[in-house]
Design a protein around this ligand. Structure first.
Ligand code: CND
Ligand code: ZN
Length: 357
């Protein structure tokens, strides 16, 4: 089968013929049908991360179960599924207390992608830039026939992270003021999550006009082009001079995380959704941090319980309450994966999706 391999950081992916290992107990094999291209994948190309090349990227995948390994009863061949990333063991302290996005069980140590003696790293236990994957069956959420498969793929990361950020990581309430710095594939979903939760102001901040226009369709009430104006001041101007109740940073840069903190009102919360580099830090004035009563909140995977929350998001989609199709700006073949990354880098797409035969 074909897979896109990152052989070396900061080089283009190469399409290779590789194999899957036999199914281990608890694993299922999924024929991938769609895989979104998230900025986190790009971070793994450009930055040093714990996932070492040769690496198969892709963590926003969906498809059909092809086969199941020993002991698997939760899914069966033919089921349409979206694939959660990271560990979801169902047994650790965090899984048992409903915080399974914090699951501490290491990803399986055995190889799943192989070619003779070669072993390939599987990003976040998924690696959906491949025609087939072996994954933990406990990471699969079944999706209904009516849900287009590319929408199922986006529910594996961008949609779920963004919606969850507003109502699982924090609790946006009717009338709250919200700003979202960075309205790409994930940030756009923070915008629609905040609108759905009843925020009175949803201020979208980006550098790309097209993204801002789309954000308006996703429920943004005010648009701020950070290239033209001081985003922090503008957010304050739009929130009675106080700053917003919640400011979400969905880029992953120290400067914009600091902006999110500065643009939050006293007692408000800066929510860090963007993935910064592991060697980067942000400084805060300690006197101000204490006196302002502000909170800085990390957000991984929208703090969701995927098995409980993704079916709720699917219902919202099927009832026309959230948009997913409109996020997909372009579709690519697996062979065009590098073009998909170029389009993401250039800010041309809200989400690009790789579609498989
Ligand atoms: P994408 O590239 O689609 O969006 C980023 C947006 O930020 C783009 O629209 C840019 O134009 C905009 N932008 C860049 N610089 C600035 C700036 N200085 N001011 C305002 N806007 C700016 O990326 P994505 O939406 O796929 O991912 C966004 C981040 O979220 C990224 O860091 C990714 O790694 C992270 C993420 C986190 C999680 C999680 O679990 N927390 C899950 N998936 C992705
Ligand atoms: Zn992602």
């Amino acid at each position: 089968m074909k897979a896109a391999v990152l052989w070396e950081r900061r080089t283009p992916l190469k399409i290779e013929e590789i194999d899957l290992a036999d199914l281990e107990p608890g694993d299922a094999r999924v024929k991938i049908q769609a895989s979104g291209v998230c900025h986190s994948d790009l971070h793994h190309i450009n930055r040093e991360t714990p996932f070492k090349p040769p690496l198969i990227l892709g963590h926003e995948g969906a498809g059909v179960v092809e086969a199941v390994g020993p002991g698997v009863t939760s899914v069966q061949p033919g089921d349409r599924v979206t694939i959660m990333f990271g560990s979801k063991c169902g047994n650790c302290h965090f899984c048992n207390t409903g915080e399974d996005y914090l699951c501490t069980t290491p990803l399986p140590g055995y190889p799943r992608f192989i070619r003779k003696e070669e072993r390939f790293t599987q990003l976040l236990g998924v690696g959906s830039f491949a025609e087939y994957v072996n994954v933990s069956a406990s990471n699969l959420v079944k999706v209904p026939e009516e849900l287009p498969i590319e929408c199922a793929a986006l529910l594996a990361c961008g949609v779920t992270t963004g919606l969850g950020a507003t109502t699982s990581t924090v609790n946006v309430k009717p009338g709250d003021t919200v700003a979202v710095i960075g309205v790409g594939g994930v940030g756009m979903n923070v915008v629609q999550g905040a609108a759905l939760a009843g925020a009175s102001r949803v201020i979208a901040v980006d550098l790309v006009e097209r993204k801002l226009e789309l954000a308006q369709q996703f429920g943004a009430t005010h648009l701020v082009n950070a290239g033209d104006t001081d985003a922090v001041q503008e957010i304050k101007n739009l929130t009675h001079g106080r700053g917003a109740d919640y400011v979400f940073e969905v880029i992953g840069r120290p400067e914009t995380i600091k902006q999110a903190y500065d643009a939050a009102r006293n007692g408000g919360t800066a929510v860090v959704v963007g993935l910064g580099a592991s060697d980067e830090e942000v400084g805060f004035n300690l006197g101000e941090l204490m006196r302002s009563g502000k909170a800085i909140q990390g957000c991984f995977y929208g703090s969701v319980r995927p098995h409980a929350d993704i079916p709720r998001y699917i219902d919202l989609y099927l009832d026309g309450r959230i948009k997913i199709d409109q996020l997909i700006s372009r579709r690519f073949k697996l062979e065009q994966v590098n073009e998909a990354f170029d389009a993401l880098k250039a800010g041309e797409v809200a989400r690009g999706v790789i579609m498989y035969e």
